[in-house]
Write a protein that binds this ligand. Sequence first.
Ligand code: PLP
Length: 386
Amino acid sequence: MNKRIVYLDHAATTPLAPEVLEVMLPYFSLQAGNPSSIHQLGRAALHALDDAREQVALVLGCTRREVIFTSGGSEGANLALKGVALAQRARGRGAHLIVSAIEHHAVLHAAEALQTLGFELTLLPVDRNGLVQPSDLQTALRPDTVLVSVMYANNEVGSIQPIPALGAICRAAGVFFHSDAVQAAGALPLDVETLHVDLLSLTGHKCYGPKGVGVLYARRGIPLQPQINGGGQERRRRAGTENVPGIVGFAAALSQAEAQRGAASQRLSHLRDHLITKVLGTIPDSWLNGDPTQRLPNNANLGFAGIEGESLLLLLDQVGICASSGSACTSGSLEPSHVLVAMGLTPEAANGSVRFTLGQTTTSDEVAYLLEVLPPMIARLREVSQ
Ligand SMILES: *Cc1c(COP(=O)(O)O)cnc(C)c1O
């Protein structure tokens, strides 16, 4: 049996960094107070919470009160979209939303849920490389638009959107702008002023932090209707006893990812480019999905004519390589990725695509191993599908 595990699915989740686990541990046991309690253990927890908030604010270039701790990327996106949309409609500001066609389901499905509540939704198209054109956003804006949401970097194809330009358009139109920056943490700058964003969501487990914790940045004064009602935590914007160990871990992970961003991006983009060049050079009828340059440093989404990506994933899994495809198996039928379809790929080409996402522990040996096993696998799959 092959014992070797090569994890090339860092866009799905990342392992917890050992340093992050270390700072979390006391808050599970010795320091397990509730930040709302007035006794010394409560005060210690509140202090840890304040420190974590300060660390996050430093990375985002915002104030502490603009940081809302959440349970992750999905909650952040839901709070941003529903929170702003419902608050704006209640103030008579209209009921039109714009989101890109390649958003994560956390944003897409939150927008669709708002549709059932009477909101109108415009999906922004993307080009062949998965990029939103600022002029398309300009055209889609209406007097009754209350919120625009465009992700910073796409989780499937790694394309990086022109967020500062899109944000400037929204600001000029007086429309609030949210960006799902989950995949950007540790790879791209997160300064909210430079990005011209009013809301930005992050999650711990995509940047070597814990699962089940994240942040929504919400610019001061932005109308936001809470989506979880209860106690007065997070300045009445998100009720519930704070996940203190998670929050402490999130802040440590985000700070570490930001500190290592330059060096990590350089190393990973080098490995990524080697992988892409070799695959395209040695495997006939293969292609790269997503933009060749406006792309996350760790993402290689590759397509192979005449194969099912799902079958390739199974073969890779047999030799210990963990990768992923955008397709979701819904009730037995293979639904092509909505991202690849929005980019203009045929359902067959979309289903022939596989995503490899590298990470902190990925070595050039591991990439070499993938490059060794991949060509015969593709050849074998093409043979059986003849
Ligand atoms: C993973 C992911 C999310 C969801 O984050 P969770 O913390 O798993 O809820 C949202 N957006 C993008 C782009 C993601 O990759």
